[in-house]
Design a binder for this molecule. Structure first.
Ligand SMILES: CC(C)(COP(=O)([O-])OP(=O)([O-])OC[C@H]1O[C@@H](n2cnc3c(N)ncnc32)[C@H](O)[C@@H]1OP(=O)([O-])[O-])[C@@H](O)C(=O)NCCC(=O)NCCSC(=O)C[C@@](C)(O)CC(=O)[O-]
Length: 446
C-alpha cells in the first residue's frame, strides 16, 4: 500500500530522530551546588527530605470513576503517620520527617509529621491558591513498558520487560500498561505481547491493561489473560491514518465493536485520544475536535479517557492566535463534554512542558496522570515525539505538592535505573539523575 510505504519512511525518519536526540538530562550547577551545601545524606533520606509530601487536608478524595482505585487510598489506609497542629494563618507550611529502614523501603519505614494550617474552628485548609484546587490523591498510570518500549531501536528481551513490570508494580504503581496486541509487522518491539502477559498476568497489586487496536487484538489479549484493555483513537485525521491505518470515524466503528465485546466479558476499556494539543502533520487541532472524539469514546463505555499530547507540543496556555498547543482551552472543551473524573492526561516531554501541563491539569480537576518510568518512549508514528514525562519526576513533584500517590520513589528510581542500564542510556528522569548523582558524590568522599 502506497500509504504504508510513506508511513514506513516517515517512521524510520522519526525513529532516527528520536534515537539521535535521546536526552542526556542536564542537571543545573546551581541545584547541585545547593545540594552540596547540605549535610551528607543517603539517597533514601534525600528522596524523603526533598520529595516526601505534606498531607494537605480537607480536599475532596472521592471520584465516580468506577474503575478508579482512589477509595482504597483513603486517609486511614495510608501507611504514613500524620500529625497536625494548629498554626496561625500566614505561617509557612512545615514538615519534619524522621527516617528508618533500608534504602528502597521508604514507603514502609518512613514516619512523617505534618503541620497543616487550621482556621479558628480547627478546620484544615490550604493557604496557597496554587495548591488549593489540587486533588489530594493522584492516580499514576505507568505506560513505560508499552509506550516506552514500543519505539526502541533494539527489541528488549521479554524477560527484561517482565522484570520491569514486576519492579513497577512493587513500587506501588496502581496501573502498569503492560504491552500492546497490535500487528507485529507494525510494532515488532511488542511482538512478544502474549509471552509478557503469560508472565505477568498473575501479579497482584496493580491493573495491567494492554492496547488493542481492533477485535483481533482484543481477542488475543483476552486469551492471554488481559483483564483490562485500552483503545486508541486520534483527534487528527492524518495521525489516525499513519498510526492505525484508518480514518477517525473508521477507528470509532472498530472501537465500538471492541467496547461491545469487552462489555459482554465485563472487561474495562480505557480510551486514548492522541494529538490533543497538536498533530505532527496537521499542526493545530481544534479543542472541539478533541472533545468530539473523547465524547465518542465515553459514550461507547470507556471508563476513563486519556488525553495524549503525542508530540509534547502543548503549553498550559498559548496567547498566539491560531496556535495549537493550549492545554487549558482543550481541557475546558473536553470537560464540557465528559466529567473531569473520567479524564487522564498523557504528556510527552518533547518541549519540556510536561510538568507545567500536568500542574495546570491538576488545578483544573484532573486526578489521573500517565507517565513513563525513566522518561522512556515516543510513538513510532509521531514525528519528533520524545518520551513521556518521567514517572519519577511526576512523583517527585506530587510529593512536593503534598499529593498522595502511594508510589515508593526509591523503588521507582531503581526500576528506572534498571531499564536505563539495559538500554545503555542515561536515565531520562531529572529527579532520578539528581538524587543518584548526589549519592555517588557522597560515596566517593568516603
Ligand atoms: C491497527 C492495525 C492492526 C491495522 O493494520 P492494517 O495493516 O491496516 O490491518 P489489516 O486489518 O489490513 O491487517 C493486516 C495484517 O495485520 C494483522 N493484524 C491486524 N490486526 C492485528 C492485531 N491486532 N494483532 C496482530 N495482527 C493483526 C492481520 O491479521 C493481517 O495479517 P496478514 O494477513 O497480513 O498476515 C495496525 O495499524 C497496527 O497494529 N497499528 C498499531 C500502531 C501502534 O501500536 N502505534 C503506537 C500506539 S501509540 C498511540 O497510539 C498513542 C498513545 C496511545 O500512546 C497516546 C499518545 O501518546 O498520544
Amino acid at each position: 500500500m502506497q500509504w504504508n510505504g510513506v508511513r514506513r519512511a516517515h517512521s524510520l525518519w522519526c525513529k532516527s530522530l528520536t534515537h539521535s536526540t535521546h536526552p542526556c538530562i542536564p542537571v543545573s550547577m546551581s541545584s547541585l551546588e545547593a545540594f552540596d551545601k547540605l549535610p551528607s545524606t543517603s539517597t533514601k533520606e534525600r528522596i524523603q527530605r526533598f520529595s516526601s509530601g505534606a498531607w494537605i487536608q480537607g480536599r475532596d478524595l472521592s471520584t465516580s470513576n468506577s474503575f478508579n482505585d482512589d477509595k482504597s487510598f483513603g486517609e486511614d489506609s495510608i501507611p504514613w503517620k500524620r500529625h497536625s497542629r494548629k498554626v496561625s494563618q500566614g505561617q509557612l507550611l512545615l514538615r519534619n520527617s524522621t527516617v528508618s529502614g533500608t534504602l528502597w523501603e521508604s514507603k514502609h519505614f518512613q514516619e512523617h509529621k505534618y503541620h497543616t494550617f487550621r482556621n479558628d474552628n480547627g478546620i484544615p485548609y490550604s493557604p496557597n491558591k496554587v495548591v488549593r484546587d489540587i486533588p489530594k490523591f493522584v492516580k499514576i498510570v505507568e505506560v513505560g513498558p508499552r509506550d516506552g518500549l514500543q519505539n526502541e531501536k533494539n527489541i528488549v528481551p521479554t524477560s527484561v520487560k517482565v522484570e520491569l513490570i514486576q519492579r513497577l508494580v512493587s513500587a506501588g504503581l496502581p496501573v502498569v500498561e503492560a504491552t500492546s496486541f497490535v500487528s507485529p509487522k507494525w510494532v515488532p518491539q511488542l511482538a512478544d505481547a502474549k509471552d509478557v502477559m503469560d508472565a505477568v498476568n498473575t501479579l497482584d497489586g496493580a491493573r495491567l491493561p494492554v492496547l488493542t487496536p481492533n477485535l483481533k487484538g482484543f481477542e488475543a489479549a483476552v486469551s492471554a489473560g488481559a483483564k483490562e484493555v485500552a483503545i486508541f483513537a486520534s483527534a487528527s485525521e492524518s495521525f489516525s491514518l499513519s498510526n492505525i491505518n484508518c480514518t477517525i470515524e473508521e477507528s470509532l466503528l472498530r472501537y465500538r465493536d471492541v467496547a461491545t465485546a469487552a462489555k459482554e466479558l465485563s472487561i474495562p476499556v480505557r480510551g486514548y485520544v492522541s494529538c490533543v494539543a497538536g498533530c505532527p502533520v496537521e499542526g493545530a487541532v481544534p479543542p472541539s475536535k478533541v472533545a468530539h472524539v473523547v465524547k465518542e469514546l465515553y459514550d461507547m463505555g470507556c471508563f476513563e479517557i486519556s488525553l495524549g499530547d503525542t508530540i509534547g507540543i502543548g503549553t498550559p496556555v498559548s496567547v498566539l492566535i491560531n496556535e495549537s498547543g493550549s492545554v487549558v482551552p482543550m481541557l475546558e472543551a473536553v470537560m464540557a463534554a465528559v466529567p473531569a473524573e473520567k479524564l487522564a492526561v498523557h504528556f510527552h516531554d518533547t518541549y519540556g512542558q510536561a510538568l507545567a501541563n500536568i500542574l495546570v491539569s491538576l488545578q483544573m480537576g484532573i486526578k489521573i496522570v500517565d507517565a513513563s518510568v525513566a522518561g522512556l518512549g515516543g510513538c513510532p508514528y509521531a514525528k519528533g515525539a520524545s518520551g513521556n514525562v518521567a514517572t519519577e519526576d511526576v512523583v517527585y513533584m506530587l510529593n512536593g505538592l503534598g499529593v498522595q500517590t502511594n508510589v515508593d520513589l526509591g523503588k521507582l528510581i531503581a526500576a528506572g535505573d534498571f531499564i536505563s542500564k539495559h538500554l545503555s542510556r542515561p536515565n531520562g528522569s531529572k529527579a532520578s539523575v539528581a538524587l543518584n548523582r548526589r549519592t555517588t558524590a557522597v560515596a566517593s568522599k568516603i
